[in-house]
Ligand binder design. Sequence first.
Ligand code: HEC
Ligand code: HEC
Ligand code: HEC
Ligand code: HEC
Ligand code: HEC
Length: 184
Amino acid sequence: MTNAAGKETPRRKGPLRRWPEIATVAVLLLFLGAGLLYFDIPYPAGLGPRQPIPFSHRVHVHSKQVSCFMCHTEAVRSSRAGIPPLETCLLCHSRIIRSHPYIAKLRQHFARNRPVIWERVNWVPEFVYFEHSVHIQRGFDCGVCHGDVSAMDRVVQARKFEMGFCIQCHRDNKATTDCFTCHR
Ligand code: HEC
Ligand code: HEC
Ligand code: HEC
Ligand code: HEC
Ligand code: HEC
């Protein structure tokens, strides 16, 4: 372009010449990042959902040797294994790493009587009846169905609970395969 005086309009030199493009790209990246955060980045395979307090089974079960039954007390006697109430955590954490930010958050929940809403990981469809106690009382290890939870920082569903998986083990152990056992 030339102006009335016949001179070239001065152009910016170097990388600054492209500042509008750079700014546009930067803004788009910001939006993309915010969007991913807002809609929660899909978690990578082998890692379960992010929990409100990053509780680690690896730390508690593998490193600190806490038994599954200390927290999942219901597994032996009821259909559900149960997720422990905050009181269970505080049996230890009223003393252990009290000032750790996540433990402070935990104590805050407890003080305000607001339970932590843990993200559910394992499911069977509603028309399937499952019961922990019968299986635990027969001596099956949690790992048969849940994999090696002691190695997990974020619990992942170790396997799909397809009908064939349940039936196969029932057959192998001469347990009932009557439809009404699992579909009531
Ligand atoms: C110190 C307490 C504690 C101990 C010990 C513990 N758990 Fe857990 N478990 C939790 C809490 C809290 C959750 C919910 C948060 C999460 O999913 O990480 C949970 C979640 C789970 C889940 C997923 C539940 C769902 O939503 O489907 C499984 C499966 C599980 N635990 C199995 C085990 C097994 C097997 C062991 C022993 C090897 C064990 N846990 C030991 C506290 C514990
Ligand atoms: C039997 C005792 C015990 C119980 C019960 C227990 N913890 Fe812990 N927890 C520990 C110990 C020991 C550590 C490791 C402390 C350290 O690193 O010095 C720990 C570490 C942690 C950490 C620190 C971060 C990490 O992963 O290293 C968090 C968060 C935590 N526990 C959350 C919980 C929650 C939530 C519960 C209840 C569902 C719970 N704990 C129940 C003993 C316990
Ligand atoms: C025979 C297979 C099997 C075994 C063995 C088993 N589970 Fe489960 N577990 C399941 C299934 C299936 C679900 C999903 C149930 C549902 O959606 O109602 C589940 C769900 C859970 C849950 C989340 C919901 C609840 O029930 O409170 C926890 C926690 C859990 N299991 C812990 C354990 C622990 C701890 C053990 C060992 C003591 C164990 N399970 C042994 C099959 C099993
Ligand atoms: C590791 C082997 C194994 C797996 C896997 C398994 N079961 Fe079982 N289940 C058994 C055995 C053995 C019994 C009989 C227990 C007894 O009566 O002593 C049983 C009993 C039951 C019962 C109680 C039956 C009654 O007599 O009332 C139900 C319900 C059940 N299983 C549902 C399921 C479902 C649903 C699944 C799949 C999500 C499943 N099971 C997976 C071994 C297994
Ligand atoms: C030991 C437990 C168990 C027994 C016994 C059982 N089922 Fe199922 N069934 C399941 C589970 C678990 C599912 C869910 C499968 C899934 O989500 O992929 C299921 C799913 C189904 C479905 C839905 C379609 C599908 O395949 O996902 C039908 C239909 C069904 N069962 C019919 C039957 C009939 C008919 C019988 C008797 C011959 C029977 N079931 C016995 C555990 C059982």
